[in-house]
Design a protein. Structure first.
Length: 344
């Protein structure tokens, strides 16, 4: 089968499209024919060996997969070949086939396509838990969402509203991206490339500051966030897209009884009892139309390096997806259709 293999750490160019042996499911596992795989910042961090845990070489990136069960391992019950599923795995998603624990499989709701399903797990669960679990957001509170046109941001704006937020403030770097956030339900939009953005946040909250701030930029953003965080406010740190680690003086938290909470999805995904119900809820919102997905671009598997370069270069909006087998099948089908027309 084809897969993306990383044999050395580095830039997007280390993502190599190559032939590898098709894996077999072990006890309690299934083999999934991947129709759509999600692309995330975590994949780029693993590729550069800057992830929170050590990444052994070689490896195939990719944590989100949606597809069809191709083979069922021993001891697996309630799962059959041909089932349409979506799940989260540690690595291995950038491939034609991927092995996944059977206990973490979510059946796709009727009418939900593979691309939609693959766009949900990592970023949908992140948006859900940084607000509800780590952010402890209460109904009526104000929320500041940075990078609101990104994969997590586009979902966080909407999830905040679904969970009862009062004012949702969205930041982005261009008018186009701010307009996208508005279309998703943001009440206020702010260009974070302008130096006065913290003052704009305070103005939008009547001088009180935001109750919950979702921080994933890094650099000087964590420190600036605290200047527009409310009394008893919570700042949830779940990334550093700029590649620069920020710093915080703990004493600055004391005057306003503020909290800084770190978030990492892996501990949640290691507990099916925690992530499966929340993923079902998020998928239900998507299936019902309450949660709108923004799929910014779809790439064939062999262009994974281009996808990573676009993501790191901030040239994208919404969710990015890789299409292994499914993408090639669609291309072949279109080519066959054109040939049939030309031959008539």
């Amino acid at each position: 089968m084809k897969a993306i293999l990383v044999e050395e750490f580095g830039g997007p160019e280390v993502l190599r499209h190559t032939d590898v042996e098709r894996p077999s499911p072990g006890e309690g596992e299934v083999l999934i024919e991947v129709h759509s795989a999600g692309i995330n910042y975590a994949d780029t961090m693993r590729r550069r060996n800057r992830y929170l845990t050590r990444q052994p070489l070689p490896f195939t990136p990719g944590s989100e997969v949606a597809g069809v069960v191709a083979e069922v391992g021993g001891g697996v019950e309630g799962v059959s070949e041909g089932d349409r599923v979506v799940t989260l795995i540690r690595t291995g998603g950038y491939a034609d086939y991927a092995v996944a624990p059977a206990g973490g499989l979510i059946p796709l709701p009727d009418g939900l396509e593979f691309d939609e399903a693959a766009a949900v797990p990592l970023q949908g669960l992140t948006a859900y838990h940084i607000l509800k679990t780590s952010g402890a957001m209460r109904e009526g509170e104000s929320v500041l969402v940075h990078a609101a046109a990104g994969g997590v941001g586009t979902l966080a704006v909407q999830v905040a509203k679904l969970l009862g937020a009062g004012t949702v403030i969205a930041t982005a770097s261009s008018r186009e991206k701010l307009d996208l956030a508005l279309s998703l339900g943001a009440d206020v939009t702010i260009d974070y490339t302008e130096d006065d953005w913290p003052e704009r946040v305070r103005e939008a909250t009547g001088g009180e500051g935001a109750d919950v701030i979702l921080e994933m930029v890094g650099g000087d953003f964590p420190e600036k966030n605290l200047t527009c965080l409310s009394f008893f406010g919570r700042m949830v740190v779940y990334g550093a897209a700029s590649g620069e680690r920020g710093s915080i003086d703990p004493e600055t938290l004391m005057n306003k009884c503020q909290s800084v909470v770190g978030f990492w999805l892996v501990p949640i995904t290691s507990r099916p009892d925690l992530f499966v119900p929340s993923l079902r809820e998020v998928l239900g919102w998507v299936s019902s139309g309450d949660l709108r997905l923004t799929i910014g671009a779809t790439y064939p598997l062999e262009r994974a390096a281009e996808a990573h370069a676009d993501l790191e270069g901030r040239r994208t909006t919404g969710k990015l997806l890789l299409k292994p087998r499914g993408f090639r099948h669609q291309v072949i089908a279109r080519q066959n259709a054109r040939a049939a027309v030309e031959n008539t």
